[in-house]
Design a protein around this ligand. Structure first.
Ligand SMILES: NC(=O)c1ccc[n+]([C@@H]2O[C@H](COP(=O)([O-])OP(=O)(O)OC[C@H]3O[C@@H](n4cnc5c(N)ncnc54)[C@H](O)[C@@H]3O)[C@@H](O)[C@H]2O)c1
Length: 297
C-alpha cells in the first residue's frame, strides 16, 4: 500500500484518480481549496477509511509523509483560469514549488499536471511549433472548417513531419480531397448516417473507422438475435465456430464484444447471435461480410 497525495483531488480528473488509487489499495490524501472542484465529486469516497480530505491551498506549503504526489491543483478551463490571472499564476508556480519541495523532502515521486492547450491559429506554423507538433505521432484537426483542417494537417505533415494526420471533414464533398492528400478523413455526416443506418436495421453493418492506407475499413457487425426479440430469457442460442465461418478474401474477424467484454477472435472462438463482431476488410466488401455474419443464428 502506498500513501498518495492528490492535490486538486476534488476536481474532474482528481476525483476519478482518487477513486482509482483507492480501488488499487492505496492510502489517499485528497487536498483541495474547492475553487473549481466540489466535495460532491468525492462524497462517495468519504466513508472509506483509507481516504482523507484536506481543505488547503497549494500556494501555501503543506507537509505529509507520502510516497507519491499528483499535483493537479489548478483551474483548468479558460473561464476559470482567466477569472483571477494572478492567482492562477501563483497556483501554478507556488503550487509546483511547494509540491516539488515536499517531494524532495519526503523523497516522493511526483507527477506535475500541465496546461491542456496552446492558444493560437492552427494554420500558423508558429503555433504548431509552440505546441511541439514535431514530436507528435498523430496530428488531429477537428474544427468546423474543412479549409482550416486541411491546411493545418498539411503543415503538420510537410513542415513538422508528423507521420499520421486525421481530420474531421464537415462537408462530405471534401472527403475525397482529404484522402487524396494522404489525410485520414472522418466525416461527421457519414458517421451520423451510419449510426442511423445501424439503429434502423438489426444486424446492420457500420464502419467504425476508415484507414486511408490500403483502403481498409474497420467495421462493427451486430449478429442479429431474433429469438431475443420474442423472448429474451428463453432464447437458447446456438453459436458457430470462427474456423467454420468463411468470410470473403480480403476480410478478417478481429474481435468479438459480448456484454462488457471484448475478446480477440481465434479459430476456436464461438460467435453467438447478439454478439458484436469487429471485422477488418477491404473497401467494398461490406455487403458480403454482412450477409455471411447475418446468417449466424
Ligand atoms: N481536463 C483536461 O482535459 C486536462 C487536460 C490536460 C491537463 N489538465 C490539467 O490537469 C489538472 C486538473 O484538471 P481538471 O480538468 O481536473 O480541472 P478541475 O478544475 O476540475 O480541477 C482542478 C482542481 O484543483 C483545485 N484547485 C484549484 N486551485 C487550487 C489551489 N490553489 N489549491 C488547491 N486546490 C486548487 C480546484 O478546486 C479543482 O478541484 C489541471 O492542472 C489541468 O490544467 C487537464
Amino acid at each position: 500500500m502506498k500513501r498518495i497525495l492528490v492535490t486538486g483531488g476534488a476536481g474532474f480528473i482528481g476525483s476519478h484518480l482518487c477513486e482509482r488509487l483507492l480501488k488499487e489499495g492505496n492510502d489517499v490524501i485528497c487536498l483541495d481549496n474547492y475553487f473549481t472542484g466540489s466535495k460532491e465529486n468525492i462524497a462517495h469516497l468519504l466513508s472509506n477509511p483509507y481516504f482523507e480530505l484536506v481543505r488547503h491551498d497549494v500556494t501555501s506549503p503543506y507537509y505529509a509523509e507520502v510516497d507519491e504526489i499528483y499535483n493537479l491543483a489548478c483551474p483548468a478551463s479558460p473561464v476559470h483560469y482567466q477569472y483571477n490571472p494572478i492567482k492562477t499564476v501563483k497556483t501554478s508556480v507556488m503550487g509546483a514549488i511547494n509540491m516539488l519541495g515536499l517531494a524532495k523532502r519526503v523523497r516522493a515521486k511526483i507527477l506535475q499536471a500541465s496546461t491542456s492547450e496552446v492558444h493560437g491559429d492552427g494554420c500558423d506554423s508558429v503555433y504548431q511549433a509552440d505546441a511541439g507538433v514535431e514530436n507528435a505521432d498523430i496530428f488531429v484537426a477537428t474544427t468546423g472548417s474543412d479549409d482550416v483542417n486541411l491546411i493545418s494537417c498539411e503543415i503538420a505533415k510537410l513542415v513538422f513531419g508528423v507521420p499520421r494526420t486525421i481530420a474531421r471533414v464537415n462537408s462530405p464533398k471534401n472527403e475525397r480531397i482529404f484522402r487524396r492528400m494522404g489525410i485520414e478523413a472522418v466525416s461527421s455526416t457519414m458517421v451520423i448516417t451510419r449510426l442511423i443506418e445501424s439503429e434502423a436495421m438489426a444486424g446492420a453493418v457500420h464502419a467504425v473507422m476508415s484507414l486511408t492506407q490500403g483502403d481498409l475499413v474497420l467495421t462493427e457487425v451486430n449478429i442479429p438475435n431474433p429469438d431475443a426479440l420474442v423472448n429474451p430469457t428463453a432464447a437458447k442460442l446456438e453459436g458457430r465456430r470462427v474456423a467454420d465461418i468463411t468470410l470473403p478474401d480480403g476480410s478478417l474477424l478481429v474481435a468479438v464484444g459480448r456484454g462488457d467484454s471484448l475478446e480477440i477472435v481465434k479459430g476456436a472462438t464461438i460467435l453467438y447471435p447478439g454478439d458484436q463482431v469487429i471485422v477488418v476488410h477491404k473497401e467494398g466488401l461490406e455487403n458480403e461480410v454482412k450477409s455471411v455474419l447475418r446468417s449466424i443464428r
